[in-house]
Design a protein around this ligand. Structure first.
Ligand code: TMP
Length: 238
């Protein structure tokens, strides 16, 4: 019998798992941009992302960040704890790029002194607007206490991954994370860090090694994802 599909995120699919209180996340070769308007298949991307997601989740788990990840099942699938998803996207920015550069008329590549945390309300009918802490609490999405934990985890992942990636000459420009609540109501990271939801620039050549290559028709998307996976392997799977 086919496992029940719970959610189709196009670049990943979530299935009910045979294990209690678990889901299976399958990474696909599909890549999308602009809310799914632009779409293509990148051969092997699913396997690359499953590998990157697993290495990163194991690393941040060892360093005290609770995530939904349990283990990698096969080349494309990971087993995760089933959590109640919070309808927020948390974006951490170390360098100004993408929507922030456009919104504020700031040059892409500008490096501020501080780290920036954005909240987006996950609501496709509204185009997932940028909100703030108070909106998120007013909408009943989270409590202020939960937001404190969310920012703590997001900041910790940013510190861990920025320094790890720096060791392999990659700048962590920005990334998006989502969070959930486990059965006891604890906040857990319920997302994967991959080149689909992060901006990753080669520190020497300044080449983009992430989904922006697809968004901006730059080509060599699969090669970029493979580069990230290969360099992470040198520091995470010796
Ligand atoms: P942005 O510049 O479009 O706001 O995106 C910031 C980072 O977050 C970038 O690495 C892409 C990622 N992101 C997603 O993966 N999905 C999303 O829905 C959003 C808003 C951002």
């Amino acid at each position: 019998m086919e496992p029940e599909l719970l959610f189709d995120g196009m670049s990943f699919r979530v299935f009910r798992s045979g294990e209690p209180d678990c889901v299976t996340v399958e990474f696909t070769d599909t890549i999308t941009a602009f809310g799914g308007i632009k779409r293509a298949e990148i051969s092997g991307k699913g396997e690359i992302n499953a590998s990157i997601a697993s290495m990163v989740a194991e690393y941040i788990g060892k360093n005290g960040v609770e995530s939904h990840f349990i283990r990698q099942l096969d080349s494309r699938r990971i087993l995760c704890r089933k959590v109640e998803m919070i309808r927020l996207e948390v974006v951490v920015r170390n360098i100004i790029a993408g929507s922030m550069a456009r919104r504020l008329g700031v040059r892409e590549g500008m490096k501020p002194e501080n780290t920036i945390f954005d909240l987006f309300y996950k609501n496709e009918d509204l185009g997932s607007p940028l909100i703030n802490d108070h909106y998120a609490v007013a909408l009943g999405l989270v409590t202020y206490g939960e937001l404190t934990r969310i920012y703590e985890y997001a900041g910790k992942i940013n510190g861990l991954m920025s320094s790890l990636l720096k060791d392999v000459d990659i700048e962590l420009v920005d990334f998006k994370l989502e969070f959930g609540r486990d059965g006891s109501g604890n906040i857990v990271v319920a997302d994967e860090l991959t080149p689909d939801n992060a901006r990753l620039w080669d520190m020497k050549s300044m080449q983009k090694l992430d989904r922006d290559r697809f968004r901006r028709d730059m080509g060599k998307v699969g090669e970029a994802y493979r580069t990230i996976c290969g360099r992470l392997r040198t520091v995470l799977r010796k």
